[in-house]
Design a binder for this molecule. Structure first.
Ligand code: ME8
Length: 663
């Protein structure tokens, strides 16, 4: 453990605001949070930065499409990103936006330093440019497609400021040699070294064809090119020109996906060397989460969203799956099937079951207090040894970012404890003194093992590990616990257990997947506001924020458009709540020709019983859809009242026949 709180600064990429966070972005941010927590448990003073990359032609276009000024567009999107990280329990210590004034100043300052040192000149550039990736593609010919995203390239000529990247071939190669850990994993390091050995071309770092960017002072219409702008965000987040005062620069770790490693390990150290500023200590490039063997992207329509998974299984389950199923650094396939299988086997049956069994036995046999162990038998000692050995192994693997290994070790210990309980059978022991003493020893041993498991698993499972910790009567907050001092044998007898609870309720796989998919569908295609309020959309989801920024189509429709909507008088026959969906009611409604099942987002405002027999307006020709896994075949019309959008059902003051059409 460091003597005086040693500082540790780590970053995620500064994500683009023309899209919304999916599982890939969540992965990088979760990994950063796991490292942050594990470093804090080792006594470090940690700062983790994430943020939003808000300039460039893509944003210009997206804002135009949404019919709002760029500044408004990016503010809405940055808010959606920040809100999601907060909601998922992974808030940034520093959230940097590239439109922040402090960032603008830092970029302009860095440019001045590079220019002052002779590494910047003015010239013209014609090249093949990918407007989606905001990058010129070296060696591409007109008509080529982008090697990264596959979209067509555009030929662009303009006056630019150039950065003398070519001067940094030798300094970079020397730097990689002197700092062999700078690029991780090793395979990526070798790729980058070969790339730099192949020669470096100067790099254009400003644009005159783009309006939405940070101005080059006194050189308008030049604005900074996106990588010179975006990479500098890491430095602006911790003080910019005054970075020495805060003391977090150079960064200890930039976590990135393999798509952007070159920018981080070639351009970024070169910019900093040119400005004579300290270079980060390490860049770690992880692999991609793939969906059906392709990289997830919104344009391909194969994105997985984090929020529906978290709503169904909890954040810890998502974190565990992301880190357990894929070797850090390699690509991995995402599948809901694998996610739910892991949840049921490792969390519900594994950790959850061990914790509830142990606590229930202590509650029953020792009045809810940690028992005092007596003589240990060889099998107790074997288990103790396994847990004690796991401590060093797990901490070392966290340090090496070998998360899957660390978790595998923890779960081997959990499995050993399960086996131990099954063979020792403390529940079968009687009430003789010898049996009581043995029971106490077995249950203390299992509880002590659980305490160690909780401390080790905390960075990955912060909520549930903290619950196990409190269940075992530990008073110190687990997040503040210094794990370097963790040893077998520290569990004090006599501590009162907390109230037993189910940590991970088992779920039916098919039903869970259906519900997750239904929620994702709802988030990607939110129910329009004029419908009964969206069943499950939390306030300001990313998607709804983006939808809010969408242009008003046209404020008038023809009668033929209205005629497409078939609305009829319906009578509610039955109404019930839906487990796990606190805003939804499941109704059956007589629409004259048939009885329909319809879900309505009104559960917080109407008691089911009060609705029976009520006549309402129903849109009957809406395509069926699933809400929280429950089929809904039509829509009940309601007014949306007040800022919270309280639904008020339509009604009729005169007698109307069920099935009558509304015109
Ligand atoms: O590149 N699997 O932003 P971005 C794993 N603004 N990780 C993934 C992923 C996937 N399928 N998809 C995205 C940018 N990521 C620039 C960065 S930094 C100064 C500027 C993660 O929104 C991964 O970390 O496209 C990847 O590098 C990053 O999101 C790209 O985010």
């Amino acid at each position: 453990m460091p003597d005086k709180k040693e500082k540790f600064y780590l970053t995620t990429p500064i994500y683009y605001t023309n899209g919304l966070p999916h599982i890939g972005h969540t992965y990088t941010t979760v990994v950063a949070d796991v490292i942050r927590r594990s470093k804090r448990m080792r006594g470090y003073d940690v700062v983790m930065t994430t943020g939003t990359d808000e300039h460039g032609v893509n944003v210009e276009r997206a804002a135009k499409k949404a019919g709002v000024p760029e500044s408004e567009f990016v503010a809405t999107m940055a808010d959606a990103w920040r809100t999601l990280w907060d909601e998922l329990g992974i808030p940034a210590d520093e959230f940097v936006r590239t439109t922040d004034l402090k960032h603008v100043r830092t970029v302009q300052w860095l440019f001045k330093l590079c220019r002052g040192n002779g590494y910047v000149y003015k010239g013209h550039y014609t090249g093949q440019y990918c407007i989606y990736d905001n990058a010129f593609v070296n060696d591409a010919k007109p008509g080529d497609n982008c090697p990264d995203c596959g979209r067509p390239l555009e030929t662009v000529t303009e006056e630019n400021y150039f950065f003398k990247l070519s001067s940094f071939q030798k300094p970079l190669l020397d730097f990689y040699k002197k700092n062999p850990d700078f690029i991780q994993p090793d395979t990526r390091r070798n790729e980058i070294i070969s790339f730099v050995e192949g020669g470096l071309k100067d790099l254009s770092i400003t644009r005159t064809t783009i309006r939405w960017g940070i101005p080059v002072p006194g050189e308008e219409p030049h604005v900074f090119y996106v990588w010179f702008d975006a990479l500098t965000a890491y430095l602006s987040a911790v003080g910019g020109p005054d970075y020495e005062k805060r003391g977090y620069w150079p960064a200890d770790l930039h976590l990135v996906g393999k798509d952007i490693i070159r920018f981080h390990t070639v351009y970024w150290p070169a910019f900093l060397m040119a400005a004579m500023l300290p270079v980060p200590k390490q860049v770690w490039a992880h692999g991609w989460f793939l969906m059906d063997a392709a990289k997830m992207s919104k344009s391909k329509g194969n994105v997985v969203l984090p929020r529906p998974i978290v709503n169904m299984l909890g954040m810890d389950a998502l974190r565990y799956f992301l880190l357990r199923d894929v070797v850090f650094g390699q690509d991995g396939n995402f599948s809901y099937d694998a996610l739910v299988t892991r949840y049921n086997s490792d969390l519900a049956n594994g950790l959850g079951n061990l914790a509830s069994r142990t606590v229930a036995l202590i509650q029953k046999n020792f009045a809810g207090k940690i028992p005092k162990p007596a003589t240990f038998k060889s099998q107790d000692e074997a288990l103790a040894k396994e847990a004690q050995n796991a401590i060093g192994e797990v901490l070392e693997n966290f340090d090496k970012l070998s998360f899957a290994r660390a978790l595998e070790t923890i779960w081997t210990v959990i499995a050993a404890a399960d086996k131990y309980l099954t063979s020792e059978q403390p529940w079968a022991l009687g009430n003789s003194e010898a049996d009581q003493v043995r029971k106490a020893t077995v249950l203390w041993t299992t509880a002590e093992l659980l305490r160690i498991v909780a401390a080790l698993a905390f960075p990955v499972l912060p909520d549930s590990a903290a619950k196990v910790w409190t269940l075992l009567g530990q008073s110190e907050a687990l997040g503040k616990f210094e794990v370097g001092g963790l040893r077998w044998g520290q569990l004090a007898p006599g501590a009162s257990l907390g109230k037993a609870q189910t940590l991970f309720p088992r779920v039916d796989k098919t039903e869970a997947i259906e519900r997750i998919e239904a929620m994702a569908n709802e988030e990607l295609n939110p129910t329009p506001a004029t419908h009964a309020p969206a069943a499950n959309a939390p306030a300001a989801t990313g998607a709804s924020a983006a939808a809010a920024a969408a242009p008003a189509v046209s404020d008038k429709i023809g009668i033929e458009d209205f005629a497409k909507v078939e609305m009829r008088v319906g009578q509610i026959k039955t109404a019930e709540r839906i487990v796990g969906a606190d805003k939804l009611l499941k109704l059956t409604v007589d629409i004259g020709t048939e009885i329909r099942q319809i879900c309505a987002g009104i559960a917080q405002y109407y008691e089911p019983e009060s609705l029976i027999g009520r006549k309402v307006a129903v849109v009957v020709n809406l395509a069926p859809r699933k809400l929280r896994g429950v089929e809904s075949n039509g829509m009940i019309v309601a007014a949306s009242v007040g800022p919270e959008g309280r639904p008020v059902l339509t009604g009729f003051h005169e007698e109307v026949e069920v099935g009558a059409r509304l015109k």
